[in-house]
Ligand binder design. Sequence first.
Ligand code: PMT
Length: 396
Amino acid sequence: MVSLSNKRVLLGVTGGIAAYKSAEIIRRLQDSGATVRVVMTQAATEFITPLTLQALSGNPVHLDLLDPEAEAGMGHIELSRWADLILVAPATADFIAKLASGEADNLLQAICLASRSLLALAPAMNQGMWRNAATQQNIELLRTRGVHLFGPAEGEQACGDVGPGRMSEPDDIVELAAELFESGVLNNRTVVITAGPTREAIDPVRFISNHSSGKMGYALAEAAAEAGAETVLISGPVGLQAPDRVKLVKIISAQEMYETSLNEAQKCDLFIASAAVADYRPISVAAQKIKKSADTLAIELLKNPDIVSAVAKLEKRPFTVGFAAETQDIERHARDKLERKNLDMVIANDVSDSAIGFDSDDNAVLVVDPTGSETIPRTHKSILARQLIAKIAGLL
Ligand code: PMT
């Protein structure tokens, strides 16, 4: 059984007779674990009703680029950021031609143009239209731009012709969609990732912590596992489920994260420190709940060990990647951390922006290494994680 667990798939439906099969595609995607949202072109609604696809997907169907109400809800830019994969099935010759020429005069075209997600098309058209040199040139152009083509299949067509142009079967389309996430770039590698906050106890009921949700680290773990790595996720207390195929080690304090990390890092090829580790902990933890009495309370703090620096000092050291949570002068501080902690790469994010960084679904980063820096603009953390894993895998 193919897995699209935790994947967000935006299914684009364009106006061809194969549009009736989109209902089946939604079902198969959901059976594989994906969450599905649907965008239809006007022509597609002539072949299957939005109500059918809304009922099956469990989400409102998006139709119109210029609908103020829909744009105020989940607008075209948000949809383009939301999707891990945009799958257009069926993709007509007209849609393919417009996509190749970069047009954006309907919602689906605009989303495809704005998105940095994976994009796959399941072409469906008459065999003459498919064979036409214009269509073939458009297909070639889209391929060179990284668009994935699922099919078309050959056989008898709705118009009575026989040849290439039938849309591939829903099961095949969903299988190919799942394969897109399995890059294999980290096959035979072991990756250790720290995620989430740590909690530093003050007394039996109170602690010092921070706002990390673990979303960035969990997305990295999922991307590493998809890339074929044996993945260990060392996580502070968060409300997330561990991704499939990932070994989860739960810890509470920085000291516990330190000990587990050093143990696991001896055996790994790549260590990524995305956790927001508390820099200090109370020197002593009160055995009983501290009673409220005086107007002020002083708690003496002791510096916690720096986990990522300790990993970078190991004799048999993995490729070591740190994060940098900054609020200003991002590149300067990131480069300083790269050198001071002796890291191979630092991924810096601006945590003063509430739309990215701590506890948000999106992030935007500056990747700094000894050779230079690269900005990765705002996108969903799962998409960003895949981009980061691909980049790191290329350097391993
Ligand atoms: O969890 P989310 O809500 O998704 O938010 C993601 C994030 C903002 C937490 C994440 O993207 C991030 O920036 N993580 C690093 C947070 C941090 O502690 O940054 P820092 O600049 O203080 O630390 C630099 C590096 O040293 C980090 O890799 C950190 O994990 C590591 N460190 C810090 C202290 C310590 N004692 N040991 C460490 O290993």
